[in-house]
Write a protein that binds this ligand. Structure first.
Ligand code: ZN
Ligand code: ZN
Length: 104
């Protein structure tokens, strides 16, 4: 014969105290204030560029900008000048090197 499991009463539901209307209104106000604060603090980040923007609109504008396209089109490997055997940490540096007098 199988041992019968002892019946255990389910935990009593937590009694929710009904808060006075004024307290609830205050809570709601706090919540709204927090939401507002958070919304103001909300930032939009363009991950490939590592830039943070204040609004969705500026993020869109940024994504349409040449700066963003330069970043996402940047080659994974660092630009390298074979003639001078020099590596540059940015395409811009490399380009200015090619134009500069240090380049062969
Ligand atoms: Zn970007
Ligand atoms: Zn060079």
């Amino acid at each position: 014969m199988l041992p019968t499991k002892r019946y255990e009463a389910p935990p009593a539901p937590r009694i929710c105290k009904i808060k006075p209307k004024a307290a609830r209104a205050a809570e709601l106000r706090d919540l709204r204030a927090n939401l507002k604060k958070n919304r103001r603090r909300e930032r939009y980040t363009c991950k490939p560029c590592g830039v943070t923007l204040n609004s969705l609109i500026t993020l869109y504008e940024h994504k349409a900008s040449g700066r963003h396209h330069n970043t996402i089109n940047r080659p994974k490997e660092l630009p390298h000048c074979k003639d001078c055997n020099r590596t540059f940490d940015a395409v811009q540096h490399f380009n200015s090197h090619l134009r500069g007098k240090h380049h062969l």
